[in-house]
Design a protein around this ligand. Sequence first.
Ligand code: ATP
Ligand code: MG
Length: 394
Amino acid sequence: MRKKGAAAVPEFVRKIIMRLKSAGFSAFAVGGCVRDTLLGREPHDWDVTTSAGTEEVEALFEKTVPTGVRYGTVTVIMDGVAVEVTTFRLDGAYRDARKPESVRFVSDLKEDLSRRDFTVNAMAMDEAGAVTDLFGGREDLHNRVIRCVGDPERRFSEDALRMFRAVRFSAQLGFSLEPGTLSALRRLAPLCKKLSAQRVLSELQKTLGSPDPSRVREMAGYGLLKPYIAEKAAALPLERLKEAPEGLRLPALAVMTAASGYSAGAEELLRSLHTTAAQAVCAERAEAVYGALAPAPDGQGVRLALCENQPEAVAAACAALGAYPLAEREIAAKRYVRPRELRVSGRDAAALGLAGSEISRALLRLARAVTLGESENDRAALLKKLRAMKKELR
Ligand code: ATP
Ligand code: MG
């Protein structure tokens, strides 16, 4: 059952495992960190699973944080690094394809591994690097497939988020979905409508941040995103998203789906997904810029958009149009002027008798004129233009 692995756990994890063991408990590194180690990737965090209960874990280590005692989890700080230490457990009855109502603590590693979602996430490793692999996780790593532990229909019915996780891990790792897992996912996709927006958003963001953000196509196409984004969105040129930095991919996706009528407006979509208000506002501006620049942005159009919009909104709109590099070049070259960079101010406009919204409209016109090369950013020239504008704006 166990085979000596080439890789071993880092020192801070070894210390945690050894202390638990010397107190008579069993303990292993488990889940994503084992998967990543076997793939030769650097795990971004380490989790430990143990037969010790939370109180026992708290008693054995100096620095602990009770992060999820109800679910058996205590965070142990070892050598300055946080490690989640969780008691072996089985998930109890599931409610509505969402989190288990209760968990049951068990004494056996085998049971703990059997509750985990995918074979590649269901392996444990001891302090010497020996791997416990009860469900063929190593073979699936080798064949680059995501396969549910146990019956996929049952596992997806228990927790519909696993369908998102299946696509997310396949995007992050460059794996495909094992056929049985995929067909269960296609049948059970409607269960995803019960998931909270926060859980959906987290998986969506991780998929967009993966080396292949266009895998969001599968989330849409299989209907996982249906409450937010229609299945038809799978036909959009989502490979464009890869050009954009991670933080702009969600607003760019929202603009693409909104523009084709496959989702609500970009801002509304992001609000319904519970993103930050700042991201939702960026999406709203990006949608307006998209409307002005579609179908094919050119440098001048981008510069004019930059006069009156945050660079992020312009960049997201360009990403949605497959022109992110153009936006990046124009932002870096900074051949545009924003109203507040003019050598005249709102006070000058007011002194000339302009009032209210006339002032901002006038300054924006000047900024556009300077950006287009029709005027120098020179105080005397701009004041002259302002005076001429006064009549027109009335
Ligand atoms: P990441 O690199 O994103 O942290 P991970 O595999 O560590 O990947 P986590 O979400 O941190 O993923 O979960 C840790 C482990 O807990 C998983 O590897 C898996 O074994 C188990 N797990 C997490 N969520 C679920 C779930 N919804 N159903 C079953 N098992 C789960
Ligand atoms: Mg993790």
